[in-house]
Design a protein around this ligand. Structure first.
Ligand code: GLN
Length: 483
């Protein structure tokens, strides 16, 4: 069962070959066995999970099951879930039990899915290695001396290690795609506005987007069907007709035009990653695609632009954590100002503090024009590069990350090195485009390599088709780590 696809699980549940309670319990047992090694979960609550499983079994028995009813999913700990501890990987929220459900959680609940637990993540989703979590680093299931990527590293590790059927992530600058690549799974960041951000703890609101992480493109499509949709509680949620993201999965790829940006295959890309990506492109040619050389001339500015804009938004979003209403409060203080200061000094980790300071600086009088405004202008140019490129091609491909999973501790002292691991993913968030990563081989040390597929706005169904056809022709996505 642990390798079954969502469709297979759904069929097995409908045919009563397995109950949701049995399935949930089998995952909980596997988590109990392997989580001490991987640290993929922050919170487990078997009672609440099994109660949902019993309700799902009743719904299946009553004959009104949906596609995902009874299937256990893990949820990134950035999503508020009623009655669940919701920490966002931070000491600041170490005691925060959410009184309400995020839109994404509600959508899974309405579908009758089971919440298996909350996955570990970089603190407030700031990081690329999961080492900034207050709850300790997550280990890569392919090699526990290495990082799983971040910030959705707990989710990526849990999915790769078969600790859940699939799970959710969020992506502000690469946090779905990069850990998916480093753990050898599939992940999709939708077009900005497709999935509601309501109840998803905010990092950089103009970039944050939730998406599915799973073992195959077909599973991603089924999850996106549940996650996407208009929500009036998020002012940037888009009002569009409901889509079936599985609708194009089986289309042939004949005539597909794949744009290869020369900037994504230049200096800084490791040879083993380049090789696996080039082999994947060759596979696409066999499937009938044609290759179009393109250029994204401003993409090289995406990391500096992102590290002005994302901290600026974060410094504002994180001002709500003041020790007054909820979350961590310093045990001893003199007066109100001292309480704020001490609570924030003790509650936030080093990376979060660095971002708040950068953000406050670039927004301050005298520097706003020099940094924030300039970055906003370049953001527009980065987006325009893509618009130009899509005049010549249908999808863009390249590596997801410049290297395979690095060693725990390897980049901890060098934030700039860490920031560069998102060099190929960040431009996609700045432009608001959809992007995904699928496994496409193994590099040095037998670590997984991810192929990034970037689509035009609202082209998720086509991207999933492109990914699914590759997964029908290859078996990289079904390889599992030995644990
Ligand atoms: N690694 C990037 C950062 O640290 C992106 C994180 C994310 O997408 N949440 O900000």
């Amino acid at each position: 069962m642990k390798n079954a696809s969502l469709k297979q699980l759904s069929t097995a549940l409908a045919a009563k070959q397995v109950s949701s309670v049995e399935l949930t319990q089998s995952y909980l047992d596997r988590i109990a066995q392997l989580n001490p090694k991987l640290n993929a979960f922050i919170t487990l609550n078997p009672e609440m999970s099994l109660a949902q499983a019993r309700a799902a079994d009743a719904r299946i028995a009553a004959g009104n099951a949906d596609a995902l009813t009874g299937i256990p999913f893990a949820q990134k700990d950035i999503f508020c879930a009623k009655g669940w501890l919701t920490t966002c990987g931070s000491k600041m929220l170490h005691n925060f039990v959410s009184p309400y459900d995020a839109h994404v959680i509600l959508q899974f609940n309405n579908a009758g899915a089971v919440n298996l637990g909350k996955t570990n993540m970089d603190e407030f989703a700031m990081g690329s290695s999961n080492e900034t979590s207050h709850y300790g680093a997550v280990k890569n299931p392919w090699d526990t001396a290495r990082v799983p990527g971040g910030s959705s590293g707990g989710t990526a590790a849990a999915v790769a290690a078969r600790l859940c059927a699939a799970a959710t992530g969020t992506d502000t600058g690469g946090s779905i795609r990069q850990p998916a690549a480093l753990c050898g799974i599939s992940g999709l960041k939708p077009t900005y506005g497709v999935v509601s951000r309501y109840g998803m703890i905010a990092f950089a609101s103009s970039l944050d987007q939730a998406g599915p992480m799973a073992r195959s493109a077909e599973d991603l499509a089924l999850m996106l069907n549940v996650m996407a949709g208009f929500d009036e509680r998020d002012s940037t949620s888009l009002q569009r007709d409901k889509e079936d993201y599985t609708r194009d999965l089986n289309k042939p790829l004949t005539g597909l035009r794949i744009g290869l940006p020369k900037e994504f295959f230049a200096e800084g890309l490791d040879g083993d990653v380049a090789k696996a990506v080039e082999e994947a492109i060759a596979e696409y040619k066999k499937l009938g695609a044609t290759i179009v050389p393109i250029s994204l001339p401003n993409s090289k500015l995406s990391v500096p632009v992102y590290y002005v804009l994302a901290p600026a938004e974060a410094s504002s979003n994180l001002s709500r954590f003041d020790g007054v209403r909820y979350g961590y409060r310093a045990p001893q203080y003199d007066d109100l100002a001292d309480m704020y200061e001490k609570s924030r000094a003790q509650g936030f980790g080093a990376e979060v503090k660095r971002r708040i300071m950068i953000g406050t600086y670039v927004l301050s009088h005298g520097y706003y024009d020099a940094y924030y405004l300039q970055a906003q202008k370049i953001r527009r140019l980065i987006a325009q590069d893509f618009t130009e490129a899509y005049k010549q091609c249908d999808v863009i491909m390249g590596p997801t990350s410049p290297s395979t999973a690095f060693k725990l501790g390897e980049k901890g002292d060098d934030p700039v090195q860490m920031y560069l691991s998102d060099i190929y993913t960040i431009a996609v968030n700045l432009a608001g485009l959809p992007g995904m990563s699928i496994p496409c081989g193994f590099g040095a040390n037998n670590m997984p390599v991810g192929l990034q597929i970037i689509g035009n706005y609202f082209d998720e169904a086509r991207m999933l088709n492109v990914a699914h056809q590759f997964q029908l022709a290859t078996d990289w996505h079904s390889r599992a780590p030995q644990l």
